[in-house]
Design a protein around this ligand. Structure first.
Ligand SMILES: Cc1cc2nc3c(=O)[nH]c(=O)nc-3n(C[C@H](O)[C@H](O)[C@H](O)COP(=O)(O)O)c2cc1C
Length: 172
């Protein structure tokens, strides 16, 4: 698939097949993450690749937004404190932006490999930190569920009118 096709045909997948993912595929997703742009090259992020069925089951119980039974989950973590120490208050926002860019890289590379994904923000932060042994000052910003798609989601509509030229042409 060319990049434009990957971008436009990636869908949030919420039903996964039982087919396992290869370790090399998950390693490739990790690399996609760390090569995302990052403000000041600070890289205030961590990526925990979770494949244990038991752990995924527990994560599911702690995450109302996590649908289906993924073969793997990548937890995207931010160390906002580190970024704030490095570059002041703006570091907090930049850390979130960095994590978002890394997450997008993961999801697009996944789809490039035929793997479906879904970003999940609805989870219990404290409980996840506990079971993944994450220190208090490092937060989980996003979970990315992964697995071969067990369905073909219809593309949700997008508003092309938000693409505007030269100046703001009004809300749509
Ligand atoms: C920051 C963020 C948080 C999201 N959280 C959830 C979630 O908790 N559960 C879920 O099923 N989908 C979640 N999604 C997926 C969106 O619902 C989905 O991207 C949107 O409906 C557009 O569909 P598409 O990804 O197929 O283009 C999230 C997406 C983003 C970017």
């Amino acid at each position: 698939m060319d990049l434009e096709t990957i971008i436009q045909t990636r869908r949030s997948v919420r039903i996964f097949s039982d087919k396992p993912l290869e370790k090399e595929q998950l390693e490739s997703l990790g690399l996609a993450a760390i090569w995302a742009p990052t403000g000041g090259n600070a890289q205030p992020w961590y990526f925990i690749i979770i494949t244990g069925k038991g752990t995924i089951k527990v994560i599911k119980t702690l995450s109302p937004g996590l649908l289906g039974n993924p073969q793997a989950v990548i937890a995207v973590l931010a160390d906002k404190q580190y970024n704030v120490r490095k570059m002041g208050q703006v570091g907090e926002t930049l850390a979130l932006m960095d994590c978002s860019m890394a997450a997008q890289n993961i999801m697009l590379r996944a789809w490039d490999l035929g793997i479906g994904s879904c970003a999940v923000r609805s989870f219990n932060q404290k409980a996840l930190q506990e079971i993944l042994e994450i220190p208090e000052h490092i937060s989980v910003e996003l979970l990315i569920t992964l697995g071969y798609p067990g369905h073909e989601p219809a593309p949700p509509p997008r508003r092309e009118s938000v693409i505007q030229w030269d100046r703001f042409h009004g809300e749509t």
